[in-house]
Design a binder for this molecule. Sequence first.
Ligand code: PGA
Length: 249
Amino acid sequence: MRRKVIAGNWKMNHNPVETREFFEVFKGLVKDSENEIILCVPYIDVAAALEATAGTNIKIGTQNLNHEESGALTGDISCKMLQDIGIQYTIVGHSERRQYHNETDEFVNLKMKAAFAHDIIPILCVGETLKEREAGIAKYKILTQIVLDFDGLTAEQAKNVVIAYEPIWAIGTGKTATAEDANEVCQWIRDEIKTLYGAEVAEEIIIQYGGSVKASNAKELFEMSDIDGGLVGGASLKPDEFAKIVNWR
Ligand code: PGA
């Protein structure tokens, strides 16, 4: 049985004071959870989040990284800087970064490799737009992203990637893919991983669903055979709501 991994993505929300307040409440609510819990917070909240969660079952991640170790890259934070402060996870290739920061699959692939080179697990986001779904090319789009974003990764690395299937039309819109539809896409992804890396890696890899996950739909989604948890945006901002998602069973 694969474990369930529930990750929060705070996006551009919360300051360090709000971060401490969040964890003060949240850590008690999830202390008995058997699920893996990750909160991907803004860079300015990382120090407060790491301090507030020390010694708990909550892991802290970021929402991006730069693949270079250092250099003249104004405004960026490098893979090495994140490793140096003990970050274990980072989101890579979120659709908002692909859309608003023109991140290509080639660039996403560099970030995947840089993350592994610095002992950071990437949470790789893939997904289709509504237009692509309606045109019948969702499968092609998603599997192309998988092939390009995993290019050059070893089987050992691939097995540790957390993939988040996030249909772009479901992000922040209140529209959720049906549990059956989301599961079908997660199966396509798992089959592609099998083709690329073999059955063992495909069986072990964690594939989450993301896009308007909330306390009221988490159970239905997470009970599906190929959905191994969720990447949660809006509903991860409030400790009680996110704790209900983490404690879905
Ligand atoms: P949402 O965001 O849960 O607010 O739809 C999910 C995400 O973008 O990771």
